[in-house]
Design a protein around this ligand. Sequence first.
Ligand SMILES: *Cc1c(COP(=O)(O)O)cnc(C)c1O
Length: 384
Amino acid sequence: MGFSTDAVHAGQEHEKVTGAVITPIFQTSTYAQSGPGEHTGYEYGRTQNPTREALEKNVATLESAAHGIAFSSGLAATSTIAQLFEKGDHIVATENVYGGTYRFFTQVMGKFGLQMSWVDTSAVEQVVAALRPETRMVFIETPTNPLLVLSDIRAIADVCRERGILLAVDNTFLSPYFQRPLELGADISMHSMTKYLNGHSDVVGGIVLTNNDEVAEKLRYLQNAVGAVPSPFDAWLVLRATKTLALRMQAHGRNAQKIAEYLTERDDIEQVIYPGLPSHPQYELAQRQHLTPYEEFGSGGMVTFIVESFERARTILQKMRLFTLAESLGGVESLVCHPASMTHASVPKEMREKIGLTDGLIRLSVGVEDADDLIEDLRQAMQG
Ligand SMILES: *Cc1c(COP(=O)(O)O)cnc(C)c1O
């Protein structure tokens, strides 16, 4: 089946008792048993829930995965992946990962003896150089936030496979509509469902996808044993949202491409970063790695641009009306963020400058509104 057909139908059979077309919210913590130890396959709400299962099957299908395991947040998904490992194990990760991921691995897992190497995974040779005999996983985020630097999933997957190391990819920024890491050889793909998968800025959730039966079995065990599960209602909301994932991602991408092109034409902007622009340093990799034709749907909904100073950035941010100044991304409404003072304020200034995250950098999460209105908002905000 095609992606849009799967998005609407995968994992969802009509409910058996009433024929309800939409998977119900099974808002229950427990299930009646007909005799001691005799049950329907459903015993307890943390362990099994039909609404959650429908969501897991749905997203797994969209990522070409045999297994999907859902969690109460993206970080709960990451932390459960981390619990696959033991004291002394070593992980190589993208140096510019989502801030919460970095905080989790360094501040929380560090004290349990998990060893980390943070490298620029856009250079495969840096990944290779960081590998040790005790390396168990390479964890990459591509594109990164907010500089939209890509890592070559297939090339890193080849390196990992040869050495029996797992490759996990945080696929939050593109969603399975634009990027499917498992098809490129990754073992694990994960999402903050809070972003594009839910797409309506009203749920916090996470999910892990894999074709590796052994990893899936361990994660399923940990999902229950650790217990960071999503509520039935949240699972239902995300399942409702994935039905329109293709439509939303097309609109996000189309609008983002138009905005990136508009910004490129302006001469008062220092740099525009968008993987769908030929000026992106990894445009060729983006074309190989990201799905769908660019001319039509762009390459994701995130656009970053740089103006000359913090003062100029602040003036623009204060004048924007349609774009809401807020953290997070991936919702139908357009958001704007100033990473140096918001999401990345905890990163020391020298470090920010080193990676190119300057005070004049503005990040857009382009929504699904009319592109003309969004461009007009940018134009009036940059005037004068
Ligand atoms: C938001 C985000 C996360 C964390 O997800 P939560 O749902 O907020 O816990 C992880 N990775 C990326 C790329 C994100 O944007």
